[in-house]
Ligand binder design. Structure first.
Ligand code: FES
Ligand SMILES: [Fe+2]
Length: 460
């Protein structure tokens, strides 16, 4: 595929206006309400952030076979993520080149070609126009590449996670991910074959800006208050053995968990130092949920001495890995943030299963583990995410108080020795600090100011 169309950075309504001075709107320790409420800023984010940097699109396990596809978005651009007939991953614009209608109206499927529902133009899954009805009605050469579907010029996968960007200036994906790639490796490598398979999702939509979710993704400050009912349930079941979110009771910064910022807006909150290194250590952290004692007893009955190692494979990894701007790996989940409008966002929690390709676990064990993973995955999205979403909606309302302009992110800021820059340039801070937010906003600002070379691509 060679035909690259340079499109430059698309102009927006913000161009040339004095109003949007990014250094004023986002300062070291505070951000202006407009970045959450202004439709023109949202519009600029949809090109400069989403697609201006590597943006998560889909997981390879959602399109495992040639000709599999799934429809997604990058910002507001509708896309078809496809594994074409040759097995190559592509992100096609889901927009007919004739008059612009949505080409594919299905969520997912398997097909070699897409037929436009409007006038029947037919496209191969490589994006090439295959044919049009009654071509004798066109004087133009219908083999002109301009009729082939636009596609995202750079699509790369890191261990199954498919990302795309329109920026020809962005680093190759592994360099862009940098040190957080190793944390993704750790998240995957505890599973047989170092893999997960994405299954269906819990889907939420909230009436708030997309950044409210990302600002919360590494926030250890809110847990004891926002998730109090869940915490109290866990504490009641846990007794003296603190588990899961119970680490946030009393003084969370006295725990060995921490936040680390790894660059390009990416960070993780690591609760793994709380974990006992023994079979069953991870399972012991699993928060209380209905039926878990029964499952545990069944595992011991069926698998004897292997039971606790197998139960660990069902347990949720105590880490939140956040890849700016729209992906979080937390516990056993893959969470994706999809902006809908300046004050509306989809927050989608994909469940994951393990696979046992070399047969080392045995089929029954994998089925039992995956059944139990579904139960563990019902916990936080059902009982915790609702608390977070309520906060996001209430923040959006609060920010309609136009004269009160600032939100603060200065927890831990200006206290000597509290936030540390390590030798590799990553930054670490206590779990309740807002250092992660101050850092991802530096990346946000860099991208909002940048004018990268954007391109789309078409089959020649
Ligand atoms: S809009 Fe697709 S064929 Fe006319
Ligand atoms: Fe939360």
């Amino acid at each position: 595929m060679t035909a690259l169309e340079k499109v430059g950075s698309p102009p927006t309504r913000l161009e040339g206006t004095a109003l949007h001075d990014w250094d004023y709107l986002v300062q070291e320790d505070r951000a202006h309400r407009l970045i959450y409420t202004d439709p023109a800023i949202f519009e600029a984010e949809m090109t400069r952030i989403f697609g201006g940097t590597w943006t998560y699109l889909a997981h390879e396990s959602e399109i495992p076979k040639p000709n599999d596809f799934i429809t997604r978005r990058m910002g507001l651009r509708p896309l078809i993520i496809v594994r074409d007939a040759e097995g190559r991953l592509r992100a096609l614009y889901n927009r007919c080149t004739h008059r612009g209608t949505t080409l594919c109206r299905w969520d997912k499927g398997n097909t070699k070609s897409f037929q436009c529902p409007y006038h029947g133009w037919n496209f191969l899954n490589s994006g090439k126009l295959r044919g049009v009805p009654w071509p004798e009605g066109y004087a133009d050469d219908m083999h002109d590449p301009k009729y082939n579907l636009a596609q995202v010029p750079r699509v790369e996968s890191y261990r199954g996670f498919i990302f795309g960007t329109l920026s020809m200036d962005a680093l190759p994906l592994p360099g862009h991910l940098g040190p957080i790639a190793e944390i993704i490796d750790q998240w995957l490598d505890r599973n047989p074959g170092g893999k997960v398979v994405v299954c269906e999702a819990n889907r939420f939509r909230y009436k708030g800006n997309w950044k409210l979710a990302y600002d919360n993704s590494c926030d250890g400050y809110h847990v004891a208050y926002s998730h109090r009912s869940l915490l109290e349930t866990e504490n009641r079941f846990a007794g003296e053995n603190a588990k899961g979110m119970a680490y946030y009771r009393n003084s969370p910064d006295a725990q060995p968990m921490y936040m680390r910022y790894t660059g390009h807006g990416n960070h993780f909150k690591d609760k793994r130092p709380n974990l006992e290194q023994r079979p069953g250590g991870l399972w012991a952290l699993e928060s209380a949920h209905p039926g878990m004692e029964h499952y545990e007893a069944e595992f011991i009955k069926r698998y004897g001495h292997r039971a606790f190692a197998l139960l660990d494979l069902a347990g949720s990894e105590p880490i939140n890995i956040n890849i700016f701007p729209n992906l979080s790996l937390l516990g056993n989940h893959i969470q994706v943030f999809e902006p809908v409008s300046v004050d509306e966002t989809n927050a989608i929690w994909y469940g994951t299963m393990i696979v046992d390709e070399d047969g080392s676990l045995g089929d029954d064990a994998v089925t039992d583990i995956n059944a139990l993973r579904m139960r563990t995955q019902e916990g936080f999205p059902n009982f915790g995410e609702v608390d977070d979403i309520a906060n996001f909606e209430q923040i959006q309302r609060g920010l309609m108080a136009v004269e009160d302009e600032w939100v603060y992110m200065n927890r831990g800021f200006g206290i000597p020795g509290r936030v540390k820059t390590l030798e590799d340039g990553t930054i670490t801070a206590p779990a309740t600090d807002e250092a992660f937010m101050r850092e991802h906003f530096k990346e946000w600002k860099r991208l909002m100011k940048a004018r990268p070379n954007f391109a789309i691509q078409r089959e020649p």
